[in-house]
Design a protein around this ligand. Structure first.
Ligand SMILES: Nc1ncnc2c1ncn2[C@@H]1O[C@H](COP(=O)(O)OP(=O)(O)O)[C@@H](O)[C@H]1O
Ligand SMILES: [Mg+2]
Length: 175
């Protein structure tokens, strides 16, 4: 050891702990934590009311009521299989493709119902998802990136080329 001042292990531990606490306080101290008033003042973007979801006979979501607020981070925390992903998938209608999946109740995005008749392409433009693992379609990278704009009617090759390159550059994947 070349340290100028020798320290007992317990002293060192205490010092490390105090530093970690100070760093934690700087990052997530009360000043940055939203109060109950801040939360109530933040407009509701996604409003879930009395949501029930069934996979066949399996009642996976039971009477879920939650307001997701603008510019707040909302986390779903719970044991594996409790329904976190199922609820998330509801927000851009990804359960639609699951056979025997049935949904009851209400979900509104900015006050507009998203469970009834709604333009799913438009909904998915507004409600994106980032998955744990990337899940590209079995086609080229170009076609994967161009899938969205093509779905919205963009056909011009030059426009698509630019969109694809720009998207890949912005995601630091171009190189
Ligand atoms: N596609 C599916 N078909 C049938 N049951 C499913 C399907 N996806 C999830 N489930 C069931 O719904 C429940 C909730 O699952 P899930 O939403 O994946 O939980 P979590 O994301 O919290 O781990 C589990 O009992 C799971 O087995
Ligand atoms: Mg999950």
């Amino acid at each position: 050891m070349t340290a100028g001042v020798a320290m007992e292990p317990t002293e060192l531990e205490e010092l490390m702990e105090a530093r970690a606490e100070a760093a934690h306080e700087r990052e997530v101290g009360d000043a940055t934590r939203p109060t109950a008033q801040d939360l109530a003042a933040s407009p509701t973007r996604i409003d879930v009311e009395g949501l029930d979801l069934f996979y066949g006979d399996h009642h996976a979501l039971k009477d879920v009521n939650i307001k997701i607020r603008d510019k707040q981070i909302t986390s779903f925390i719970g044991p594996s299989g409790c329904g976190k992903s199922t609820l998330l998938r509801c927000f851009n209608r990804m359960n639609d493709g699951i056979k025997d999946c049935r949904i009851e109740g209400k979900i509104a995005l900015d006050g507009q119902d998203i469970l009834g008749d709604c333009d799913i392409c438009r909904l998915r433009q507004r409600v994106g998802m980032v998955f744990q693992r990337p899940n590209p379609f079995p086609m080229s990278i170009y076609d994967n990136v161009a899938y969205g704009p093509r779905g919205m009617g963009v056909r011009d090759r030059a426009v698509l080329d630019e969109l694809v390159e720009d998207s890949l550059r912005r995601a630091a994947l171009w190189d």
